[in-house]
Write a protein of this length. Structure first.
Length: 341
């Protein structure tokens, strides 16, 4: 029989370490996918609980069970899974999450219709005991994801499906513990397209043993390093000041209030960011400028102690954003205050 006929369309990589509590739910959610052409690589990373007996209780021949002789950690186990994956596409899955039945079918549809896309994520639903579910939404288009990756991981790791040809020899970097996915995306997005399906296709279980919870401080440090790496790529120093300014400018939310000096520093950095991008052509210039302007307006609107000197600086350095209605209203208000003085 031709061996090629046995190669699955998808290889699902699922590392497991002491995952007995939720493992069956996670496995069942993969085995119950509407698209059935896959192999499920379950890699037991030296568990000391009943993980092995749970996996061996399944008779499904799509399950490929492997066991590390000793615990080598998540990142090395993930890389082992990437090395062993035989499928045309590689899907990620965590030991405690739940994939919705149509997840694979919908991701394959996107990837097959759009050969330029190499990484396809989805929205996901954060759920925890005694709390309301929360849908985590990430941008859809490649350009928006690429800009957002300057400061945030905008692709849910356990939701991704990756084209094997796109990932090639790229692997997770062991130096970025708790942010290994974020760092990998910032390298892959330079060579392939990204897309997030605008629908929640995975339930992400949040509990006190999540690696992201246990390693939060490490994650923050490594995430800042990743921002610094990307600034260096467009020839901006990865100083702590620049990293903080970048994350203030393009991060999840601006500070509640800025001093005039802080606001001027932010404006100066925004101009530098755009200028360097215009030389390197890393990000779509129009979209990049639009996102930066939107954030500057948010910052300006949230800052209560602006004065005439800041307004003057703004008009000299960022004239185009005064065309925004919200900015015009603020300028009118400030003008009235200044005139009264």
């Amino acid at each position: 029989m031709d061996e090629d006929l046995k190669v699955p369309k998808i290889s699902v990589v699922m590392p497991v370490y002491n995952g007995e509590k939720y493992l069956k739910e996670a496995i069942d959610s993969i085995l119950n996918q509407t698209l059935i052409d896959f192999e499920l690589l379950i890699i037991n990373d030296g568990s000391s609980d009943h993980t092995e007996s749970i996996v061996k209780s399944y008779m499904d021949d799509r399950i490929v069970y492997l066991k590390n002789e000793q615990n080598i950690g998540l990142i090395k186990t993930l890389n082992k899974g990437l090395d062993l994956a035989r499928g045309e596409f590689i899907a990620r899955m965590d030991q405690d999450d739940i994939s919705l039945p149509e997840r694979f079918e919908k991701q394959i549809s996107v990837l097959e219709k759009n050969p330029e896309i190499g990484v396809c994520g989805t929205w996901f639903t954060l759920f925890r005991e005694n709390q309301e579910d929360q849908i985590i939404k990430h941008p859809e288009s490649n350009d928006s994801i690429k800009i957002g990756l300057l400061t945030s991981c905008l692709v849910g790791h356990p939701t991704v499906m990756i084209r094997k040809m796109a990932i090639g020899d790229y692997r997770y970097d062991i130096n970025y513990q708790a942010a290994e996915d974020y760092e990998l995306w910032t390298r892959l997005i330079k060579i392939t397209g990204f897309h997030n399906i605008q629908e929640s296709l995975l339930r992400y279980r949040f509990h006190h043993t999540n690696m992201s919870v246990l390693e939060n401080s490490v994650q923050v440090i490594n995430s800042k390093m990743i921002t610094g790496n990307q600034l260096q790529y467009i020839d901006i120093s990865n100083s702590e000041e620049n990293i903080d300014l970048c994350r203030d400018l393009l991060g999840a939310a601006p500070k509640f209030r800025y001093t005039n000096d802080e606001f001027r520093n932010l404006l100066t950095f925004a101009n530098k960011l755009e200028f360097q991008n215009s030389k390197k052509k890393v990000y779509d210039e129009e979209k990049f400028r639009g996102i930066i302007n939107k954030r500057l307006i948010e910052v300006f609107n949230k800052t209560a102690n602006q004065n005439f000197s800041t307004l003057t600086f703004l008009l000299k350095n960022r004239k185009e954003i005064i065309l925004q209605r919200s900015m015009i209203n603020n300028i009118k208000t400030l003008a009235k205050i200044i005139l009264k003085k």
